[in-house]
Write a protein that binds this ligand. Structure first.
Ligand SMILES: Nc1ncnc2c1ncn2[C@@H]1O[C@H](COP(=O)(O)OP(=O)(O)OP(=O)(O)O)[C@@H](O)[C@H]1O
Ligand SMILES: [Mg+2]
Length: 212
């Protein structure tokens, strides 16, 4: 079976691409062979994977090559799923090139109209990848760092409608566990009780992402 490639992309910085890459890959690694690709030259995933002690149950980081595309090709050969952590970038072509090799893209966005509007260029990158040959690329917005009572306001609904992409029903709350896990070099799955609520929501996303 060919690897299913899922990109976490947003040209805007700091919306959760790396955090969600780590945790989605770790959840998928409980059921399949998973490779992680760090397409960000800042190399946050390399630091992360060098930190923790207990490495069992974590996805494999493919970083033998300097070039993200070479790492992606290697991961595709060995894995059932490949998660690509895309860079924030003013150069949209870097992201478009990665999306040309992806089956699916999740676009993390913070739950505000401003952050949704700021993702318009990322939606353009998705459309470019579709027009340049990857017609079947599936794409969805993924709300990250939501608060218990944050609702989709009218302004947010309008912004989403303007972007023209679906919003994944499962969202990710703002939780200390996500920060703690990264600092400890693990994912929320290795945090035991401290990570349980986060694990539940990551599992919901995996169910939605992997259901046909
Ligand atoms: N659901 C969450 N709950 C709490 N903190 C979060 C959550 N998601 C992300 N963060 C924190 O927000 C910050 C930005 O997240 P992250 O580095 O994953 O974003 P990014 O999109 O990869 O950023 P960049 O564009 O710089 O690569 C980090 O400090 C991270 O720990
Ligand atoms: Mg990042």
């Amino acid at each position: 079976m060919a690897a299913h490639v899922i990109a976490l992309a947003n040209l805007k910085g700091g919306c959760g691409k790396t955090t969600l890459s780590i945790n989605l890959a770790s959840g998928l690694a409980r059921r399949a062979e998973v490779g992680l690709i760090d397409a960000d030259p800042q190399g946050a995933l390399r630091h992360w994977s060098g930190w923790g002690e207990a490495k069992s149950g974590l996805p494999r980081l493919f970083d033998d090559h300097d070039d993200a595309h070479a790492n992606l090709a290697a991961a595709r050969e060995h894995c059932d799923f490949v998660i690509v952590d895309c860079p924030p970038s003013l150069d949209m072509n870097v992201t478009i090139e990665l999306l040309l090799h992806s089956h699916q893209v999740l676009i993390p966005v913070l739950p505000s109209p401003l952050d949704l509007w700021a993702s318009a260029d990322t939606v353009k990158a998705v459309n470019q990848a579709r027009e340049n040959g990857n017609q079947s690329l599936s794409a969805a917005l993924l709300l990250n760092q939501t608060e218990p009572r944050s609702a989709m306001t009218r302004a947010m609904q309008n912004a989403v409608a303007g972007l023209g992409l679906p919003v994944l029903p499962a969202a990710v709350r703002r939780r200390a566990a996500y920060r703690t896990a990264v600092v400890e070099g693990v994912s929320v799955y290795q945090l035991g009780g401290r990570g349980r609520a986060a694990v539940d929501e990551i599992e919901n996303i995996i169910d939605e992402v992997t259901s046909p």
